[in-house]
Unconditional design. Sequence first.
Length: 52
Amino acid sequence: MKITGHKSEAQFMKYIKVTGEQNARLLLDHPHVNGTAARRNTNVVRTMHKAV
């Protein structure tokens, strides 16, 4: 918490008005966590490979 100046994660979560459960759900929906980013990147590489 050196960047924000909060002494604990609990203080920071209260500041941004997000509960621990909401944070967990947001993380699970993120492409890097749920694996969709890797699939998306693979498709881009395949498309670029076909064009070359």
